[in-house]
Design a protein around this ligand. Structure first.
Ligand code: NAP
Ligand code: MG
Length: 403
């Protein structure tokens, strides 16, 4: 059988720990036998980030902008403990933060649903897609700890040199300070990609912030969305019978839980981070959540929403066989290959991505699954709980059979 040819390389961003192990196994078992894979490879594993003083992350992000489509493995975002563990010269920033700052845009996260795993929220019937703004706020904040008394102020110096000042707090004791920002251009791009994605996928769009408390910051988000909706999308939404509505984040949480799903929930950067973990866990497993970053100028970065699964990696290092779920990482690959196929007009590559995803779902529907899912299936479902390698081999077997 001849392999499927590609035209443009995918930007491949390798990562850390257990997901790095799965990354290679997925390629070997499920992709390389079928596709003459063309990638431009960037190693975003922590040792290479340390060696290059994190330059490799920026290079990878720029390559994503150049070629348009990237697939990324989960990576460690260093904290104090990681600095010691990996003997780092600096607490390198989150690679995702760096990539998002370069690409801008929105992260769309949607769960992969299977028949035998019912959501923890019984009334959820359809996927809920979280649209996470991927720029600024706490991810690009400046912050420091204050060791004693003093006055904290917010100062903005405009182009003419005029200072605008506001007291944040007159500290009488030690404390902490943080400065966040966002840009109208980025919020506009966020709004446009959400409205477009809603139209593409024929789903209603919900947007929530906390504008009653954050009367300037969050209010700006709300007003920009409202303006763009009225100017550009209202008519199409009405024609399609889908809706846009804004509500406070706490009200949104309550409504989401009571809903049956089947809509997009747009959230600011931090809210999107947290809510997507909540939604994916309630739908079954973090390992079943897909994620794509869509930039306003049409670049795509596909990844799994979960992390590097450290606890499994430590067991793997001890020689244990782990049952880590590779689904979201496989779907990152299929998402990226499908998009590359669409952009390069390669129907065989698109069909391959569809076929691989179907093989994954068929495998799960046959009851062959990793432990995280085996523990979640409905009573009475026949389950064969397997380790990661066995699971990949079962998917491969489903790829080969034309049933
Ligand atoms: P995590 O890697 O998502 O794992 C948390 C727990 O969730 C695991 O211990 C495991 O539970 C379960 N889990 C997650 N993915 C799974 C999978 N594919 N199969 C089976 N179980 C899975 O989160 P973390 O432990 O908080 O973070 C680990 C590292 O990942 C951190 O260094 C963090 O910086 C990084 N991280 C990276 C990204 C990214 O690159 N996008 C995102 C988040 C976190 P059990 O142990 O109970 O089986
Ligand atoms: Mg998160």
């Amino acid at each position: 059988m001849s392999k499927i040819q590609m035209k443009t390389p995918l930007v491949e961003m390798d990562g850390d720990e257990m997901t790095r192990i799965l990354w290679q196994q997925i390629k070997d078992e499920l992709i390389l036998p079928f596709v003459d894979l063309k990638t431009e490879y960037y190693d975003l594993g922590l040792p290479e980030r340390e060696r290059t003083k994190d330059a490799v992350t920026m290079e990878a992000a720029l390559a994503n902008k150049k070629y348009g489509v990237a697939v990324k493995c989960a990576t460690i975002t260093p904290n104090k403990q990681r600095v010691e563990e990996y003997n780092l010269s600096e607490m390198w920033k989150s690679p995702n933060g760096t990539i998002r700052a370069v690409l801008d845009g929105t992260v769309f996260r949607a769960p992969i649903l299977i028949d035998s795993v019912k959501p923890a929220v019984r009334n959820w019937k359809k996927p809920i897609t979280i649209a996470r703004h991927a720029y600024g706020d706490v991810y690009k904040a400046s912050e420091f700890r204050i060791e004693g008394e003093g006055k904290a102020e917010l100062v903005f110096t405009d182009k003419a040199g005029k200072e605008h000042r506001q007291t944040i707090y007159d500290f009488e004791c030690p404390g902490v300070l943080q400065g966040q920002y966002n840009k109208d251009t980025s919020i506009r791009a966020f709004a446009h990609s959400c409205f477009k994605y809603a139209i593409d996928t024929k789903q209603s769009l919900w947007f929530s912030t906390k504008d009653t408390i954050s009367k300037q910051y969050d209010q700006t988000f709300k007003l920009i969305f409202e303006e763009i909706y009225n100017e550009c999308y209202k008519e199409t939404f009405e024609q399609m019978g889908i809706e846009y509505f804004y509500t406070l984040i706490d009200d949104a949480v309550a409504r989401v839980i009571r809903s049956e799903g089947g809509f997009i929930w747009a959230c600011k950067n931090y809210d999107g981070d947290v809510m997507s973990d909540m939604v994916s866990t309630a739908f079954g497993s973090l390992a079943m959540m897909t994620s794509v970053l869509v930039s306003p100028d049409g670049n795509y970065e596909y990844e799994a929403a979960h992390g590097t699964v450290t606890r499994h990696y430590y067991r793997y290092l001890k020689g244990e066989v782990t049952s880590t779920n590779p689904m979201a990482t496989i779907f990152a690959w299929t998402g990226a290959l499908r998009k590359r196929g669409e952009l390069d007009e390669l129907p065989e590559l698109v069909a391959f991505a569809d076929k691989l995803e179907k093989a994954c779902i068929d495998t799960l529907n046959d009851g062959i699954m990793t432990k995280d899912l085996a523990g979640l299936v409905e009573e009475g479902t026949k389950v064969t709980s397997v380790n990661s390698v066995e699971f990949l081999k079962a998917i491969r077997a489903h790829m080969s059979c034309e049933c």
